[in-house]
Design a protein. Sequence first.
Length: 460
Amino acid sequence: MNKNAKKIIIRACIFAGLGGLLFGLDQGFINGSLSFIKEEMNLSLMQSQSFASIMHLGCIVGVLFSGWVSRAIGRKKTLVVTALFFGFFSLLGAFTHDVVVLYASRFALGLAVGYASFVVPLYFSEIAPARMRGGFIAMYQLMITIGIFAIFLSNSVIGTYFHSWRLMLGIIALPSIVMFLGALFIPQSPRWLVLKGKEEDARAVLSSIREHESHADDEFDEIKKNINAESKQSGWRMLKESYFLKVLGLGVLLMLLQQFSGINAVIYYSGEIFKKAGASHPAMGTVVIGLINVIFTVIAIRYVDKWGRKPILYSGLGVMTVTLLLIGALFKMQETGVVLGSFSSGLLVAACIVYIAAFAMSLGPIMWIICAEIFPLEGRDFGITVTTATCWIACAIVVQFSLSIIHHFGGSSLFFLFAVCCVLGFSIVRLFTPETKGVSLEHIEVKLKSGEKLLKIGRT
Ligand code: BGC
């Protein structure tokens, strides 16, 4: 019996989980800092949106290469390199006075976010014991939202007292250093060691992280079996299978829906949106948005396996549609010359808060969960890479164009557009999305391969 096993696992998951926190910090950084950067670096509206969205190009490149990098150098070294990138490029961006270097550093931070978004959940799933696996993957989601909240809070404090976007960015180096130092001492992934033929090392790691020797032995056999199955058919070759194309299409649609529901217009630009609506404390509104995002993610983690995915998606989409219509209507009033009083601008902030709560409970975690559940084992890495890259591409489009749409066509057009996407989302859920609550991944795989309709590969 190994008494240290639990401690080693928890320590490893905390240090790797900092990758999720850093992902959230960089995702939320723009909100509260952009107006300072725009002013000091003399950026136009288009250029400042490009600065915000160039990170996503880095994410896309990062995600596309992360499978290869984490296979070549291992999960642990990828985590170490990711932490180095986060730290080095945050400091480079914070110190530079050259716009090109500033853009390049944000692109490189995107690479780190891309690597983190692939390797952290992968490392969790390979190191955590089966019964704790779901909890650790959910913790990763939570770390992202905590990162977003923490940067909203620190940007608002630094913005109020120090007026320095450089400090807002430079401070991100601190958790990066902790992650870098911690990741040097975490165990290697046993699954990666087997993949590289280092079976003795894999056995040694498994013995140190499992409470009983027999568990370590069983898991070792299972890893070998799975790796054999995966090597039979993988990646691009899966595209020849029509059942795989069906689930890939569903994963892509779900990610497009998640992003075109407008979440990142609010995560990135709520400060600007609140200012435009005449809210008296825009920074405070943004901090509340971040906090609500964390709280409702915790609730979602608790209930997603009880209530099921589809009922939560329907309710989330319903609330999001109503709040988006309300926000759009308030902007429409302002565009027709009505000055929004404190009640109306307060209503707009409240609608954004309810919208975020609904997203955090539904589309936020559930799209990632379903994408992790629907792919057959041989194509899981490939499928998740494609759906994650789709998420970043769609996110880049939203971040790149939201402020311009508000500027040229008014906030009402933007929010009505997002509302239309949510309405379309009902059909995607109704017609194609299976209920995967409580169904084993093997069951989903067997049904899918037997030619069952997408809607019926989960619970019937
Ligand atoms: C989305 C991100 C979003 C975050 C907000 C995630 O599920 O993929 O794009 O910024 O939720 O919490």
